[in-house]
Structures are given as C-alpha cells and as structure tokens.
Design a protein around this ligand. Sequence first.
Ligand code: AMP
Ligand code: ZN
Length: 113
Amino acid sequence: MSCIFCDVAEGRTSARIIREADDLVAFYDINAQAPVHILVIPKRHIPTINDVKADDAVLIGKMVLLAREIMEEQGYDRKGYRLVMNCNNDGGQTVYHLHLHALAGRWMSWPPG
Ligand code: AMP
Ligand code: ZN
C-alpha cells in the first residue's frame, strides 16, 4: 500500500526537509495552516496514535523533542507554538502515517474549530 509519508521518509518524493534523524524526519507541510507549519514523522509506518505501542514511547518523546528543537531554532519558543496529532476521521486525520504538527507564527485560537 502506498503511503505519501513513507515516500517522504524514503526519499521517493520531494519534501522541504528540515531535519533527518535515524528514526525521524521533519519537513514543511505543503499546505501550511500557519506562517510556520512543520511535520515530524517516524520513518517507520505507524498509521495512527491508536497503533502506538508501549515500546514506541521513546519514539513519541523524540518526535516532541525534535519539534521543540526546531521551534526553538526558528525562534518560537518564547512566543509559543502548537503541537498537534490528529487521530482518525473526527480528529481530522487525512494522512494515515503518524505525524506531529508544529504550528507557529500566529495566535492559535482555542478551542480549535
Ligand atoms: P492530518 O490532517 O493531520 O492527517 O495532516 C496531514 C498533513 O499532511 C496536512 O496538513 C497536509 O497538508 C500535509 N501533507 C500531505 N501531503 C504532503 C506532502 N507530500 N508533503 C508535505 N505535507 C503534506
Ligand atoms: Zn507510511
């Protein structure tokens, strides 16, 4: 089964990659919802947060830390930013390969629409 984010992770499709680690890739979202909109994905195909196992806890922690590091590098740590993981239909998930959104550069309303 084809997966667009596996294609990004394996270099089969172009993406504006910011960082690559052994097990993670961070790149810019093609349809930015904020002045800065980054996605952090595991290289391994995990469809949704529902599929995450206890053994993946370190991987999920690394995703958060990488997003934080990029937000710091780009100067958003003090002003703030939002990290979001959507799950399934009601959560607004459209790509079924786990990803963490990092959004910055504008005020994020709460609650989300
Ligand atoms: P979600 O709705 O949480 O599943 O988010 C999927 C995100 O992936 C959306 O914000 C899309 O704009 C983004 N997206 C889809 N295809 C690509 C791609 N090839 N490169 C970068 N971002 C993508
Ligand atoms: Zn995938």
